[in-house]
Write a protein that binds this ligand. Structure first.
Ligand SMILES: [Zn+2]
Length: 212
């Protein structure tokens, strides 16, 4: 048996994220079974039928939907006989042209770059468990995915857009375009992936695909 196969078959200890209790995790968790920490009751993992296929398929779909969201008009305004289309990237580029360079960069990162990077990291980690992509370190990708997840703010952006629309709806006629609905779909798919990939599952995949 190779060292990689030994890695796949063995059980391992997992530290609870809330209270640091060391818990021996089972190799297989049945579908929809919730494992909680015996000390603080924090949810450690939720069983899922074929999570790898779900995550890869939904991640690739979400990335395609994001390309659509970036390619078409986000919102149209109509007031006093004048029409104006606004694109998703203008949320960042308008700030850039007003010389708010740092704010422009973090807006672009929070709403587009980091969510897409997270999905790419997950897909590569999962593909690494199936195929030996020896040029990539799954440990590094796991660390990147863990550290960028708190900064991916797709749903925060959508809520802020809706709040802004409520304020200006009395001043102009507004229509929500293809890009807006594509971003709503992206945010939904992204949230679905995040709900499947808990910390335990992510590092289990990292251990399975680790070849460094
Ligand atoms: Zn705990």
């Amino acid at each position: 048996m190779t060292s990689k196969n030994q890695h796949k078959s063995c059980q391992y200890n997992y530290a609870c994220a809330e209270c640091d209790l060391l818990i021996k995790m089972p190799r297989h968790i049945p579908h929809r079974t919730v494992l909680s920490c015996p000390r603080c009751k924090h949810t450690l993992a939720v069983g899922h039928r074929n999570p790898k296929h779900h995550v890869v398929a939904v991640s690739i779909t979400a990335i395609v939907v994001m390309i659509i969201a970036l390619s078409f008009s986000f919102i149209s305004f109509s007031a006093n006989g004048q029409n104006r289309d606004i694109y998703l990237l203008q949320a960042s580029s308008e700030l850039f042209f007003q010389e708010y360079y740092f704010v422009a960069a973090i807006v672009l990162a929070f709403i587009v770059i980091l969510p897409v990077l997270y999905l790419c990291c997950l897909s590569i980690i999962i593909l690494n468990t199936q195929y030996n992509l020896s040029f990539l370190s799954t440990h590094l990708l796991g660390r990147i995915a863990s550290s960028i997840l708190p900064w991916a703010m797709t749903e925060v952006f959508l809520i802020s857009v809706l709040v802004a629309l409520i304020k200006i709806v009395s001043m102009a006629e507004i229509s929500l375009n293809v890009s807006f609905w594509a971003y709503v779909v992206f945010a939904t798919l992204f949230t679905y992936v995040v709900s499947i990939v808990d910390n335990h599952r992510l590092w289990q995949w990292v251990a399975q695909g680790d070849n460094w």
